[in-house]
Design a protein around this ligand. Structure first.
Ligand code: GLC
Ligand code: CA
Length: 537
């Protein structure tokens, strides 16, 4: 199989100017009418990725799984779940994407396996089984209680009692997701082999799921209470996860994974899911940058949508980045409410402009290019156990996982059957087909922005400098070699006249709005309500 993707020098790896697009395979395209998206469906839609202009796709898991957590509970890391297809379908999908110069990033779920994984079946069979120590088993605490106070992120204790062998096993997430013991060298070796299996097949990297959870306190000390806990918060927020995750030996585990990747010539990327504040992200790049290439940076998702805190968070992240480390930005994923629901449709366009004009690799969640909102799910259609386990606490992730609306037919071109979740887009209007025809749509805007970003190195790899400005607006400069680009974002639904010292004259390269007449700006820049501009200076 010939590879169209060419290798790049390590000093300038391919992801520095790449845009990564996340596909949640269950919800992208169904090819066989069972209502569940699959790999052949992704092959059918391959032209969409090239048309949109993204460089790499990160796929949420499609490995063999009982699907209690819809694929994040893996029972065989080395095969494709039949609901998604076969290994042959995977190989074809990889070839089809590589032929379009699109790289393929897989989801690697090392913290836990499904309770249906043969490793766990052996481990649970007896205390003497050679795989017993592949998982975290402990004797009960006082009065038969769990060994400590760790809380599962899916509700309840992190410990589940096994009546046959009279010990508890640890599960940071659902009790069907049993935590592996990464201190056991045999576990590390087996999990490194998983990486090799997919690297040999030709993948271009991994996103490590819940990476911080690999390093738990070996003494299993209790997590301390969270002083900011408020009634109505989910029960796991009672504690601060300092002993149940992110322990000091985490970088040993990450470094081991990175070493496996380094043996492959085409610069595979290593992304890691870390839900940390800006100041805590930096160590994940590792000493001398031997850790994650991109620890996911979710901070914009948590920041109030106001100029001062947004600028502060961008500046804080830029300031803590180790020398040579590359930033990344995330505005949505399969675990977070949709950005358009949080900010409204008008500001969702501004958020997209921000995501695609900051310094660093953007990770774009499928459907955000359409401005999809969270979908209200009728109670009988709720699927995510993280939600149904904790009713009333808004933990369910179904609303942001709804199928892609491709056209305005009843099942939106996603399936000929019954979709596993209601279709996204809340009725016609936001479909790909409709938005492709509309020059002013969110989709057309996103595609234009992606094209501009590809063409303009100041946007993909230039430096980032904030510009002082009054009120609810943002202004910054991107500069690379001889080119200087200014970005101006109006965060409010009102007209603004801005004066920015560094921007006295320039040509509008891009606007979130249709701009009539003069494309040249002067000292006072007029911004329509919710308008964002890119200006060549
Ligand atoms: C990560 C995934 C999430 C999953 C959990 C357990 O946070 O993004 O979807 O439920 O890990 O694997
Ligand atoms: Ca299907």
């Amino acid at each position: 199989m010939t590879r169209a993707v060419k290798s790049s020098a390590k000093a300038d790896p391919w992801w520095h100017d790449a845009v990564i697009y996340q596909v949640y395979p269950r919800s992208f395209q169904d090819s066989n009418g069972d209502g569940i998206g699959d790999l052949r469906g992704i092959i059918e839609r391959a032209d969409y990725f090239s048309w949109l202009g993204v460089d790499a796709i990160w796929f949420s898991p499609f490995f063999t799984s009982p699907m209690v957590d819809f694929g994040y509970d893996v029972s065989n890391y080395l095969d494709v779940d039949p609901s998604f297809g076969t290994l042959a379908d995977f190989d074809e999908m990889l070839a089809v994407l590589h032929a379009r110069n699109i790289r393929v990033i897989l989801d690697y779920v090392p913290n836990h396996t499904s309770d249906q994984h043969p490793w766990f079946a052996q481990s649970r069979s007896s205390r003497e089984n050679p795989k017993r120590d592949w998982y975290l088993w402990r004797d009960p605490g006082a009065d038969g209680r769990p060994p400590n106070n760790w809380q599962s992120l899916a509700g309840g204790s992190s410990w589940e009692f096994d009546a046959d062998t009279r010990q508890y096993y640890c599960h940071t997430f659902l009790k069907q997701q049993c935590d592996l013991n990464w201190r056991n060298p045999a576990v590390r070796e087996a999990m490194h082999d998983v990486l090799r299996f997919w690297l040999e097949r030709g993948v271009d990297g991994f996103r490590i799921d819940a990476v911080g959870c690999l390093a738990k306190d070996p003494a299993l000390r209790d997590d301390p209470p969270n002083p900011h806990f408020r009634p109505g918060d989910p029960p796991f927020a009672r504690n601060i996860m300092v002993n149940s995750a992110n322990g000091p030996d985490i970088m040993g585990f990450v470094g081991g994974i990175r070493k496996v990747l380094e043996a492959y010539p085409r610069d595979p990327i290593l992304i890691g899911e870390v839900y940390l504040k800006t100041g805590e992200i930096a160590p994940y790049y590792g000493a001398e940058l031997t850790g994650l290439h991109l620890p996911t940076n979710f901070n914009l998702l948590w920041t109030p949508w106001k100029a001062a805190p947004i600028l502060e968070v961008i500046g804080a992240y830029e300031a803590v980045l180790p020398v040579g480390a590359w930033p990344d930005w995330v505005m949505g994923n399969h675990d977070q409410p949709r950005i358009a629901s949080r900010l409204g449709r008008a500001q969702a366009r501004i958020a997209m402009l921000l995501l695609l004009t900051l310094r660093g690799t953007p990770i774009l969640y499928y459907g955000d290019e359409l401005g999809l909102e969270d979908v209200a799910i009728p109670p009988d259609k709720l699927r995510d156990p993280f939600g149904t386990n904790l009713p009333g606490l808004n933990q369910g992730r179904d609303p942001e996982r709804c199928p892609m609306p491709w056209d305005d037919t009843p099942n939106a071109g996603f399936t000929t059957g019954d979709p596993w979740l209601p279709i996204g887009g809340n009725g016609p209007g936001l479909s790909v087909e409709r938005q492709r025809k509309d020059r002013s749509s969110m989709l057309s805007m996103t595609r234009d922005l992606l094209a501009l970003r590809r063409k303009e190195p100041a946007l993909s790899r230039g430096s980032w400098t904030p510009l002082p400005i009054e009120g609810e607006a943002l202004a910054y400069l991107r500069q690379h070699a001889g080119s200087r680009v200014g970005v101006l974002l109006n965060l409010e639904d009102e007209h603004k006249r801005l004066r920015v010292a560094e921007i006295t004259t320039g040509n509008v390269m891009f606007s979130t709005h249709e701009r009539q007449g003069r494309q040249r700006i002067g000292q006072d820049v007029e911004l329509a309500p919710n308008e964002g501009l890119i200006v060549a200076l």
